[in-house]
Design a protein around this ligand. Structure first.
Ligand SMILES: Cc1cc2nc3c(=O)[nH]c(=O)nc-3n(C[C@H](O)[C@H](O)[C@H](O)COP(=O)(O)OP(=O)(O)OC[C@H]3O[C@@H](n4cnc5c(N)ncnc54)[C@H](O)[C@@H]3O)c2cc1C
Length: 403
């Protein structure tokens, strides 16, 4: 095994794996260390979540050779947004707006499978798993990392260390970078259901006082459900028998998709926002959830993390071509400058959505209803709203890969 790298990525979740793939063929010695064994069933990042991929992410993952015919991604062609108790609702139809599908829905497990298949084909990538980073020391010219693999500890050196190790990032802590955390007091229960009517590319987002509910098309009559409930009710709701759970979902979501049935395994995720105070330090950069974990309501977390990864990959490819240092402070400063606006805007967007849509204050309800009505009737506004949701924004490298 190599013990010296140009770029060593800690964390082979959705974002770390995407970064390793984006660096394939860049002419850099890249290592990818992951605490879990390299198997989709054992990878916490590749679980039951159903992910909405923005159009720009779909384009990028296709260009990287991750999403192909073998990956079951369902095109998202229509979106229906409403709020219980408000009178407006918005229906966005990509074809009516003259746009391609807004994005696609894919179970995280299937995206994980597609990433693992693509990682197999990476040329100069060293995959180190299961191996957990346990100590980190930056010494000016390099960063030294201790990895615990079974009973053995190995020591690796890298010119750039990437922390892609999720919300409770060890890398972030090792560089003494603080984070601002906000507990939403909510949990998202994730499962699948069968709908009476096929969703046919239609996703629903319904806001209620108790939190948002999303129903996502998975093909045929299967749908992914993301049901947000108060944190202290999550265990009880997840444990309801199938009949009672379906009744609970109908009460929150209504009957738009007809009768719901056949619920799958349910998994609650406690929801908290966690923003790193900085995303870089000496020869180190944080990406994905390690840099920012946001509420899933706007379906932005992985899309945002992928844009981190693609921007970093673009800068590292430039450095490789120019023969310059991949861990240079100037490269990291450019990364921060390019990512900061998208990071701030996307985190604020998700947070605002939670607060705006969760509030029962009457004037706010009226304003919200009028806003939803306005959006429903103004096509140019719909297009702008849709393009933003499709991930075309700012200076993100993803936009460069967009078609
Ligand atoms: C209910 C729910 C629904 C969501 N829906 C969407 C959606 O529709 N669209 C969207 O874009 N996003 C969505 N998200 C957000 C998305 O899932 C995350 O943003 C994304 O998974 C983050 O990926 P990551 O690779 O940064 O982190 P993680 O998935 O947490 O991966 C981190 C990896 O690092 C490894 N690791 C940790 N510590 C170490 C260590 N010390 N050494 C080595 N390896 C280590 C872990 O084993 C793990 O594999 C949703 C989130 C939730 C909770």
């Amino acid at each position: 095994m190599n013990d010296t790298f140009d770029v060593l990525i800690i964390g082979g979740g959705l974002v770390g794996a995407s970064l390793a793939i984006a660096l394939d063929g860049a002419g850099l010695a890249v290592g990818l260390a992951e605490a879990a064994p390299l198997h989709v069933d054992l990878q916490p990042s590749y679980d039951e979540r159903n992910l909405v991929l923005a159009r720009a992410s779909v384009n990028s993952l296709e260009a990287l050779g991750v999403l192909d015919a073998a990956a079951p991604a369902v095109p998202l062609r229509r979106i229906h947004v409403s709020r219980r108790g408000d009178f407006g609702s918005v229906r966005l139809d990509a074809a009516e707006l003259g746009l391609p599908p807004f994005g696609a829905v894919i179970p995280a497990r299937e995206l994980g499978n597609a990433l693992l298949r693509r990682l197999e084909r990476c040329n100069a990538l060293e995959r180190i798993a299961p191996a957990r980073a346990t100590a980190i020391h930056a010494d000016g010219g390099h960063v030294e990392v201790a990895l615990l693999a079974g009973e053995t500890t190995c020591r690796l050196r890298t010119r750039l260390l990437v922390g892609a190790d999720g919300t409770r990032s060890f890398v972030r802590d090792a560089f003494a970078i603080g984070s601002a955390t906000r507990d939403y007091g909510q949990s998202a229960i994730v499962t699948t259901l069968t709908t009476e009517r096929p969703l046919d590319g239609l996703a629903y987002e319904r806001f209620t006082d108790a939190g948002p509910v999303a129903l996502l098309p998975l093909g045929d009559r299967r749908a992914g459900l993301v049901l947000t409930v108060p944190g202290d009710e999550a265990a009880a709701v997840a444990a309801l028998d199938d009949e009672a759970f379906v009744a609970f979902v109908h009460q929150r979501f209504g009957w738009r998709a007809g009768r719901l049935s056949r619920t799958g395994r349910r998994k609650p995720y406690p929801l908290a926002r966690c923003l790193a105070a900085r995303t870089t330090a000496e020869r180190m950069v944080l990406v994905g959830n390690a840099a920012q974990t946001i509420h899933p309501v706007g379906a932005q977390g992985f899309n945002l993390g992928l844009r981190d990864a693609l921007t970093l990959a673009e800068l590292l490819r430039e450095a490789a071509d120019a023969g310059t240092d991949p861990g240079a402070a100037s490269l990291l400063a450019r990364h921060v400058a390019r990512r900061a606006p998208d990071r701030a805007a996307t985190a604020a967007f998700s947070d605002d959505l939670v607060r705006l849509m969760g509030n029962d204050f009457l004037p706010l309800r009226l304003a919200r209803s009028l806003g939803l009505q306005a959006l429903q009737h103004l096509t140019p506004l719909q297009r702008r709203f849709a393009l933003r949701g499709m991930g075309y924004r700012g200076d993100a490298a993803a936009a460069g890969l967009a078609r």
